[in-house]
Design a protein around this ligand. Structure first.
Ligand code: GLU
Length: 464
């Protein structure tokens, strides 16, 4: 059997963390077993779907580099096929037209709730089998009334629902449009999906979908419902609080590899290993090892992983993501050091690329003001130290961190100062603040001309 998984988001919202993790698990499972991964956009909810949200899903998938083998398929382009299946179900006596008015259904519901029964359709039109009329109608599936549906969920184990708990599902609305459970079933059948991996919020749909698949004579896929992701407060991620678009993590300054590594560990583990390259994830992942308990989202761990990837990935690979941050800050990097150099020297002091960009502004923009806590270093007596450094570096024949370091040592010795004091003063002078990579490296990256200019400006400031 060739494994075929699908990720089937509805473009009624952005691709958020939960969706991205489902996509990752589907992708990993297909890659692990050399199968196919299919992308399907479930866009039949016309009121809530729009093309921007579809694009946001595609952008998110591309940013995470979760490549699909087939699709994207759009359900709106398959409406004729759903109509065909609905007609088939009607013709074969597996579905019926229901003419019950809204008022009747509301009334029924209220009566059931009043006696503490679960609200459900009572099957009036199924029993009466009404003849065609010109009144509006919906089409309902004739759910078996006896017996039960059992499936072996790869995450939750065996799950059984009694058919008596399930009412006759609407498969076509009064305007003829097919409903979610119908479209999913037709697509999973036509696309030969072998493994349905999706959020645990779909468990209750599964027995209905299985009954529909059986009525259509289709083979049943294997199901795996992955646990929900909860916010740090233990509550469901909500759009308002933290279920923001995955592309916002791009703007927050996370690397896609770090986010993937973070997501794969939400509910899945392999011994106590924390760091997984894509190749390792593919090699080790099995949906059967996913835990069924909900998992808690933890920014500290994501930050830790992000720093790990900023430090260990090829700077050439990280630089474009830092460029994105520079663009967001409106910083032109053409006159400063290469971004790969910034990644090398800053990764160990930052957790996100946004932080890295913010802490590297002085490499690209002139320093004309000094932070308040930096100013206390720039006293009159500091001018002579800066002068000495300026003279030393002006005369260097080679502009390297090593030779710059020697100058700083020489000045400290000559003026009988601690090395750290000289270094910190120079730091304030050239960066405007008190934090930067080692001073020799910082000066090397800034370049001689820039350093001389900034030292001179700081000297003038001391003498004011
Ligand atoms: N379109 C559904 C959703 O976004 C998923 C359907 C499925 O995976 O079966 O929740």
């Amino acid at each position: 059997m060739t494994v075929r998984t699908r990720f089937a988001p509805s473009p009624t919202g952005f691709l958020h963390l939960g969706g991205a993790r489902t996509a990752l698990f589907c992708w990993l499972y297909a890659r692990r077993f050399s199968g196919q991964f299919i992308l399907r956009i479930e866009d039949t909810d016309l009121e809530r779907s729009n093309s921007e949200l579809v694009q946001a899903i595609l952008d998110g998938m591309e940013w995470l580099e979760l490549d699909w083998d087939e699709g994207p398929f759009y359900q709106m382009e398959r409406i004729d096929r759903y109509r065909e299946i609905i007609a088939q179900l009607l013709a074969e006596g597996n579905a019926y037209k229901c003419y019950c008015s809204k008022e009747r259904l509301i009334d029924l519901r209220e009566k059931q709730m009043a006696v503490k029964e679960k609200p459900r359709y009572d099957g009036l039109c199924r029993m009466q089998d009404p003849k065609d009329s010109d009144q509006p109608y919906v089409i309902r599936f004739k759910n078996p009334q006896e017996g039960s549906v059992t499936f072996d969920d790869q995450v939750h184990g065996t799950i059984t629902f009694q058919n008596s708990e399930l009412d006759d599902l609407i498969i076509a609305r009064s305007d003829g449009t097919p409903t979610y459970n119908l479209t999913v079933v037709v697509d999973d059948m036509d696309m030969n999906i072998t493994h349905v991996i999706r959020g645990a919020d779909h468990i209750n749909n599964t027995p209905r979908q299985i009954n529909l698949l059986k009525a259509l004579g289709a083979e049943l896929p294997i199901y795996a419902h992955v646990p929900m992701i909860l916010g740090p407060d233990g509550k469901k991620l909500s759009k308002r609080r933290n279920a923001v678009s995955i592309m916002q993590y791009h703007d927050f300054g996370y690397l896609p590899d770090a986010l993937l590594n973070y997501l794969v560990r939400l509910g899945w583990s392999h011994g106590d290993q924390e760091i997984f390259s894509r190749e390792e994830m593919i090699k080790c992942f099995d949906i059967k090892d996913v835990n069924k308990a909900p998992t808690i989202f933890d920014f500290d761990k994501l930050n830790w992983l992000n720093q790990h990837y900023m430090k260990t990935e090829d700077p050439e690979k990280v630089a474009p993501y830092l460029q994105h941050q520079m663009d967001l800050l409106g910083i032109d990097i053409s006159s400063g050091p290469m971004l790969t150099e910034i990644v090398k020297v800053q990764a160990e002091r930052c957790h996100t690329l946004k932080e890295m960009a913010e802490k590297s502004i002085y490499f690209y923009r002139d320093v004309t003001v000094y932070e308040e806590k930096a100013q206390k270093h720039l006293k009159l007596e500091a001018a002579v130290i800066l002068e000495a450094v300026k003279e030393g570096v002006a005369n260097l024949t080679d502009w390297t961190a090593e030779s710059i370091h020697q100058v700083v040592i020489a000045v400290a010795e000559k003026l009988e100062l601690k090395l750290g004091k000289v270094a910190q003063l120079v730091r304030v002078a050239v960066t405007g603040g008190t934090v930067s990579p080692p001073i020799d490296v910082t000066l090397e990256l800034l370049g001689r001309e820039c350093v001389l200019e900034r030292l001179q400006r700081a000297i003038a400031f001391c003498e004011e």
